[in-house]
Design a binder for this molecule. Structure first.
Ligand SMILES: NC(=O)c1ccc[n+]([C@@H]2O[C@H](COP(=O)([O-])OP(=O)(O)OC[C@H]3O[C@@H](n4cnc5c(N)ncnc54)[C@H](OP(=O)(O)O)[C@@H]3O)[C@@H](O)[C@H]2O)c1
Length: 212
């Protein structure tokens, strides 16, 4: 659900629109796109659709543990998933551990770091890839799923989509997992849900009329 759809009676309509566009009478999973906007109002509509059987599971995106805890306490249905940036350069180890303990499935967006920092040619990943006869992209995806993190890579190329699917038939060794751990830059590559300038940029155009 877009930030712009979180206010007033828009959330219920957004869910119906998604169902119509997909030509289905239920969704497996529906997420809040951002931890911004009227997230509580949006969640009430998502909870109602969940209880009505229109959505099998509901979740959030880019919620940090402090905000999530407040959200969980004051809502009825606990999020099933938190989708957040996780890749070898932004590993979010403590945050991932927190969500595991909360029984919330961590899901990685930008699992290939969007190719930033020349990651597909990273020497550590290249060495691991060569030792398994795999590509660096496949190493990044297996590194995630081996930790129980769902990965949703994006490609517009059929060959890469197939390559990305074929990333689950090998295991990184403990030494290789430790080597990837050293690549962590400890910060988001694209934006931060805690950076006021980023929040202004994401939400600025989405302000409800009453707040303009
Ligand atoms: N919740 C959120 O706020 C949020 C934010 C960002 C993204 N997402 C979700 O996460 C998904 C993936 O994230 P993302 O698109 O940001 O980044 P990503 O999957 O980490 O990287 C996508 C980039 O990698 C390239 N690529 C993909 N597979 C490759 C391969 N095997 N070899 C070489 N290059 C490859 C793609 O190029 P080509 O397409 O040209 O192959 C594209 O430039 C998105 O589709 C979106 O649904 C969610």
């Amino acid at each position: 659900m877009w930030v712009t759809d979180t206010t007033g009676d828009k959330p219920a309509r957004a869910i119906e629109t998604a169902l119509q566009k997909l030509g289905t009478d239920y969704l497996d999973l529906y997420l809040l796109h951002m931890p911004f906007g009227d997230t509580f109002n949006a969640w009430r509509a998502m909870e109602a659709a969940y209880k009505a059987g229109k959505i099998r599971a509901i979740g959030v995106s880019s919620f940090m543990p402090d905000l999530y805890t407040n959200f969980r306490i004051f809502n009825d249905v606990q999020p099933a998933v938190n989708q957040m940036e996780i890749n070898p350069l932004d590993q979010q180890g403590a945050v991932v551990d927190f969500y595991r303990q909360q029984n919330v499935q961590p899901e990685a967006f930008s699992p290939l770091a969007e190719g930033l920092h020349d990651i597909f040619n990273n020497p550590v990943l290249t060495k691991i890839a060569q030792s398994h006869g795999k590509t660096t992209g496949q190493v990044m995806l297996r590194w995630l799923t081996q930790q129980g993190i769902v990965a949703i890579p994006k490609s517009v190329h059929k060959a890469r989509i197939i390559e990305n699917f074929n990333s689950q038939d090998f295991d990184l060794t403990a030494d290789e997992m430790a080597a990837v751990k050293q690549l962590d830059l400890g910060k988001g590559l694209l934006w931060s849900p805690r950076n006021p300038t980023d929040i202004e940029s994401i939400c600025g155009s989405g302000r409800p009329d009453s707040l303009k």
